[in-house]
Design a protein around this ligand. Structure first.
Ligand SMILES: [Ca+2]
Ligand SMILES: [Ca+2]
Ligand SMILES: [Ca+2]
Ligand SMILES: [Ca+2]
Ligand SMILES: [Zn+2]
Ligand SMILES: [Zn+2]
Length: 223
């Protein structure tokens, strides 16, 4: 399970912009696969009639704490990058929103603190996010110390925090969920429609319910 978790798999990127800030040590073989996919896609786009909607680009600043970095070692940037690129696939398909990683940095999470709201604020404060976004739109905070919730985000805010889940393949679900709060989606509760905002099925779906789709569409220019 653990070894599987540390394996790096190809992700889907939406645009060549997504490749501009790949981590320096992103595995070459995986890079080749995703670069190949995007070239094929660009050709398809060129040959199709002009798209109805313009893609909205969201520049993402990744910040990871000492526990997250220790879990993934030299691959921590790659793992966080892949989480963001997994989290935005549905945003891109359904709402023409593309998350583009633009920056990586680190923070030190207070070990004795497990309150997700306090940790969210601590990372925002330590990164200087509140006073200077440094050209980024969204702050994606990663932790792997104990936290009382899987993640935390402010509705219609611009930052969110998530804890690494049992396997990194689950992480993008949490990322998509937390980023959806930034677009105004509420939690649907434990049971509810099949939706990334419903706790019971958020780890097995990438879909939004009709209400959440409408909310995101209404706020698609939030960033
Ligand atoms: Ca993607
Ligand atoms: Ca992307
Ligand atoms: Ca700290
Ligand atoms: Ca810590
Ligand atoms: Zn939530
Ligand atoms: Zn929903």
């Amino acid at each position: 399970m653990i070894e599987e978790d540390l394996k790096i798999k190809p992700v889907r990127i939406e645009n060549s912009k997504d490749l501009e800030n790949l981590p320096a040590n992103y595995p070459e073989d995986i890079k080749k696969i995703i670069t190949g996919n995007i070239s094929a896609k660009n050709v398809n786009l060129q040959s199709s009639i002009a798209q109805a909607t313009t893609t909205n680009t969201v520049n993402v600043w990744i910040i990871a704490d000492e526990e997250y970095r220790s879990t993934f070692g030299s691959n921590w940037q790659t793992k966080a990058y892949n989480t963001i690129e997994g989290a935005d696939d549905a945003f891109n398909n359904d709402h023409s929103i593309n998350f583009v990683v633009g920056k990586y940095s680190t923070w030190d999470s207070t070990d004795s603190e497990d309150n997700c709201s306090v940790l969210l604020r601590e990372a925002q404060s330590e990164s200087g996010w509140n006073s200077n976004h440094q050209g980024m739109d969204m702050l994606a905070i990663f932790t792997d110390q104990s936290m009382d919730k899987r993640g935390r985000s402010e509705r219609l805010g611009d930052a969110w925090i998530m804890k690494h889940q049992i396997t990194a393949d689950w992480d993008w679900h949490v990322g998509q969920h937390e980023a959806s709060h930034n677009y105004g989606c509420p939690d649907n509760g434990y049971t509810g429609p099949v939706c990334i905002m419903t706790y019971a099925n958020m780890m097995i779906t990438a879909n939004w319910c009709v209400d959440c789709d409408q909310t995101i569409e209404t706020n698609r220019n939030h960033f």
